[in-house]
Design a protein around this ligand. Structure first.
Ligand code: NA7
Length: 555
């Protein structure tokens, strides 16, 4: 059995930075990663069109000036291959690969109370132990396929976008189906529409989507971005979403309709999430304001789609603009103007089954060479549920979270001592520009561990009362937002996961905004972590089996 002071599960954007912080402290730690290599989201999602919706230079890590100075982002919204190259560059630059174990799926992590350690069982049968378990599992890392019969029977090629093959898929001249029109489906469709023979989109519900307006970044522009990095990250830190886009602080009703339209005309044609996040704050909370922006976006769709019947089908009716995650698109609406692209509304003619040659709706059979499932994820808690995580008294985390999620600051769970989630459910990451939230979370967790080590503690656990306070706060934030009514992964909706269907709202993301979140977690640290019970427990570190000396340079 091998013992570590800390085991990090997941080598994505969060795991990479987490191991960097631990390595800098000289902590004996390893990263266990199910995938064949590092990168998380950017390792798996290789589908055509996969790219940031965040400005590239706000997505990269901010912790190293050297790294900022040497990396040249080639596009304002960089694509998957480049993003994976970036993460590999980070790992190489800081010598992080040596801490990582790949093809290493964790099946179980059980807290051993007597020994005060975590027993981690890996797919290859090994059992590792650690004092501290750090879960950087990814919030969108558990893909879900439709609950429809016959998926295995299809004789052509088919894949979920998350499992897109590593080698390029030649789609030239092929009959392709895409099921799903979330952020992923919208990226794929825009990218492949003019490269495939025939494309049929199976849409159950349309999404409000707006142009990404991507462009290359020249040497001169990149030099300017480098000069402005401090300013850029300061803007991200000020904004609720952790983006460069800050809300328009004018009151929606304080300005004239002409002024509102002028703002929207400007934002719609600008790059990135501005139309969503640099908008008036009322659009997120006030039905009337939301209806007005929704009608504006609907008109922009009508102007871009030639067939009025198709245009109307692409306009959502069941939710307003911005209350679900707004997918960013490139040539998405124009794709429907091409003769080889067809839209099937499966809210009218539902999917019945996948067949050997394609799929069947209640109306007819369709034949395809390739079926692409862009059907989303068991979001935010799916990767946690997948591992048999057990805390004090053998309580399963999946059971604790079955009906309501509860956490302390999105980073700890009562009953699960010595476990940290730098970017967990209800943390600042889930509803923000991920890497900004991730750096915040990893820094807080690592500073907390430094405190634990410095004081000689070996056990920590958030109190039940503090967990309840945080969860009530997270829940209260939903009450103000129109998004609470939407069927989206922000509210825990996924039609393909039993129990997560419509009507079962789950309070998964923190809607208070990044500045408020950072203020709260910083105050918790400044108060000496009084919401966390610190102590010693179980056997002493020295008595652990096969224990290797703990190198610690700066605790
Ligand atoms: P999403 O946003 O959850 O979208 C999934 C899409 O797949 C959505 O349009 C669903 O329609 C559709 N879907 C799911 N199951 C089915 C079935 N069974 N039949 C038909 N259509 C189905 O996932 P994405 O991957 O697009 O985006 C997730 C996040 O990844 C995104 O927000 C970014 O942050 C990155 P529905 O709406 O359920 O009717």
């Amino acid at each position: 059995m091998t013992h570590y002071e800390a085991i990090v599960i997941g080598a994505g954007v969060a795991g990479i930075y987490q191991i960097k912080r631990l390595a800098d402290l000289g902590i004996e730690a390893t990263v266990l990663e199910a995938g064949g290599d590092l990168g998380g989201t950017w390792y798996w999602n290789r589908y055509p069109g996969a790219r940031f919706d965040s400005e590239s230079y706000t997505y990269g890590y901010s912790f190293s000036r050297d790294l900022l100075d040497e990396w040249h982002w080639k596009e304002h919204f960089s694509g998957q291959p480049e993003n994976l190259r970036y993460l590999n560059h980070v790992a190489a630059k800081f010598g992080l690969r040596k801490y990582m174990q790949f093809n290493c799926r964790v099946d179980a992590a059980h807290y051993d109370e007597a020994q005060n350690l975590w027993r981690v069982r890996v797919g290859d049968g090994r059992e590792l132990t650690c004092r501290f378990l750090i879960l950087t599992l990814g919030l969108l890392s558990m893909p879900t396929l439709p609950r429809v019969e016959g998926i295995e029977s299809f004789k052509g090629r088919s894949f979920h976008t998350f499992h897109w093959p590593q080698e390029p898929v030649d789609m030239t001249g092929k009959r392709v189906a895409v099921i799903g029109t979330g952020a992923t489906g919208i990226q794929v469709i825009g990218e492949i529409a003019d490269k495939v023979g025939d494309l049929t989109v199976f849409q159950r519900r349309p999404n409000w989507s707006a142009p990404l307006n991507n462009a290359p970044i020249s040497e001169a522009e990149m030099a300017d971005i480098r000069r402005r990095y401090d300013e850029i990250f300061a803007a991200c830190a000020r904004s609720p979403g952790g983006f460069v886009h800050e809300p328009d602080r004018r009151g929606f009703y304080e300005v004239s309709r002409e002024e509102r339209l002028a703002l929207w005309d400007k934002l719609y044609d600008e790059p990135g999430f501005g139309i969503w996040l640099a908008n008036f704050r009322e659009i997120f909370m006030d039905e009337k304001a939301n209806a007005e922006i929704s009608e504006y976006i609907a008109d922009r769709i009508r102007r871009r789609v030639k067939d009025p019947k198709i245009a109307e089908k692409l306009i959502p009716r069941d939710h307003g603009f911005g209350v679900q995650r707004v997918p960013m698109e490139t040539r998405y609406f124009e794709a429907y103007n091409q003769p080889n692209v067809h839209l099937v509304d499966i809210s009218e003619t539902p999917l019945v089954r996948i067949t050997e040659t394609g799929l069947r709706t209640t109306e007819r059979d369709y034949e395809f060479d390739i079926i692409v499932y862009a059907t989303g994820f068991d979001a935010i808690t799916g990767a946690f549920d997948k591992i048999d995580i057990r805390g004090v008294g053998g309580e399963a985390l999946a059971d604790k979270w079955r009906t309501t999620i509860s956490t302390y600051l999105g980073m700890m769970v009562h009953g699960f001592p010595n476990m940290l989630m730098p970017a967990g459910p209800q943390s600042g990451s889930a509803s923000t520009n991920y890497p900004r939230g991730i750096e915040t979370g990893v820094n807080w967790c690592t500073d907390f561990l430094e405190h634990v080590w410095a004081k000689g503690y070996t056990r920590f656990e958030a109190t039940e009362a503090a967990e309840k306070r945080w969860t009530d706060h997270v829940t209260g934030m939903y009450a103000m937002m129109l998004m609470r009514k939407a069927k989206s992964w922000f509210t825990g909706y996924n039609s393909n996961v039993p129990g997560h269907e419509q009507g079962t709202i789950r309070y998964l993301v923190y809607n208070g905004g990044a500045p408020k979140y950072v203020g709260i977690i910083n105050a918790a640290a400044a108060n000496g972590y009084t919401d966390v019970v610190l102590g010693t427990g179980g056997a002493s570190s020295q008595a652990l089996p096969d224990r290797e000396p703990l190198a610690r340079s700066s605790s």
